[in-house]
Design a binder for this molecule. Structure first.
Ligand SMILES: Cc1cc2nc3c(=O)[nH]c(=O)nc-3n(C[C@H](O)[C@H](O)[C@H](O)COP(=O)(O)O)c2cc1C
Length: 312
């Protein structure tokens, strides 16, 4: 490497990532420049790199980077960097959290005639996601085995037929957006353990309740009773004010608990696992109350009276 290239790399890097001056990279890169991510295997050209930087800068507008070390080899340069920024817009499917996070990585640059032709990026996104309160599930975020992508997908109709054989209750999962109560119908509730008292619920990221839920410290889970059939309809809809016709009260940490439910709990959100279209919230129960009504039963798209079950 020519001795003058190191300051050029550092200044172009900082101009692009921290100031958004993407064209500062033009002088550094060869026309056939390609950048490959070691984590995902994805390869982009210079335009793709600029788009990635723009997306990161939109999500973290106050991005601040230090180039910690630049190590020169024979035709290669290793760049070690650390970036800090405040999560202000959606990034990797995570709604803005307002959290300031740090991430670091190392890039190997391959040079030809003083220009960068190849860039190999080692960046552990899981550290950044963990800082945002998210854990990607292995095997869902990326295939675990190299040949995993070749396995045939399960027939979705078979999966649906399987699910139709499973009986659940129906819950309404609640939170607040500012002072406004929000919630959705969910049958993905599951008790995880008694000691500690952990529960989980899976919420689709397209839910209008999702971003409020994601940024909440606590959520409410209400097991609906047989007399709350209309409540299911309301909370399975996109109605802007689902609580308008309802009686409800605050849990100790402010999560809306629906009066007349078979049982209600309030739990502190402890983990948010990313599962592609859904997020799995693992929560520690801090408060629970049971009501007098029998629980509603849900099977294959239909609702049943939980008080009229025949014991085997
Ligand atoms: C019985 C039943 C169970 C449901 N379970 C879930 C669930 O576990 N997770 C989920 O994200 N949506 C579930 N839904 C769908 C949501 O309730 C529905 O998409 C709702 O419109 C979301 O409202 P929102 O977008 O205002 O949050 C379920 C719906 C019904 C009727």
């Amino acid at each position: 490497m020519q001795q003058t290239l190191e300051p050029l790399i550092t200044s172009a890097w900082l101009a692009a990532w921290d100031k958004g001056d993407l064209d500062a990279l033009d002088a550094l890169m060869a026309v056939d420049y390609l950048r490959t991510s070691k984590a995902t295997g994805a390869t982009v050209d210079l335009a793709g790199l600029k788009a990635e930087i723009a997306a990161v800068r939109e999500a973290f507008p106050d991005l601040s980077t230090t180039v910690d070390d630049v190590v020169e080899g024979d035709g290669t340069v290793a760049v070690f960097w650390t970036s800090t920024g405040t999560h202000t817009h959606e990034y990797l499917g995570v709604p803005p959290t307002g959290l300031t996070v740090q991430t670091r990585g190392s890039n190997i640059l391959t040079l030809d005639n003083g220009k960068i032709t190849r860039e190999s990026v080692t960046w552990d996104g899981s550290e950044l996601l963990a800082g945002l309160g998210i854990r990607p599930l292995r095997g869902i975020a990326a295939p675990v085995a190299p040949d995993a992508a070749d396995l045939p997908e399960l027939d979705p109709d078979l999966m649906k037929a399987f699910n139709r054989q499973f009986i659940t209750g129906v819950t309404v999962v609640t939170t607040k957006e500012g002072e406004t109560p929000k919630g959705l119908a969910a049958n993905s509730y599951c008790s995880v353990s008694l000691e500690p008292p952990l529960v989980l619920v899976c919420v689709q990221k397209t839910s209008s309740t999702y971003s409020a839920l994601f940024s909440s410290s606590h959520l409410g889970i209400n097991i609906l009773g047989t007399n709350q059939r209309e409540t299911v309809r309301t909370f399975a809809s996109k109605s802007p004010d689902k609580f308008a016709e309802l009686e409800w009260h605050d849990g100790p940490n402010g999560s809306p608990l629906l009066d007349g439910s078979a049982a209600s709990l309030e739990a502190e959100i402890q983990e948010r696992f990313q599962a592609k279209t859904h997020t799995v919230f693992i929560c520690r129960v801090r408060h629970a109350e049971t009501g007098g009504s029998a629980p509603m039963v849900y099977k294959a798209g239909r609702f049943f009276d939980g008080d009229a079950l025949a014991e085997l």
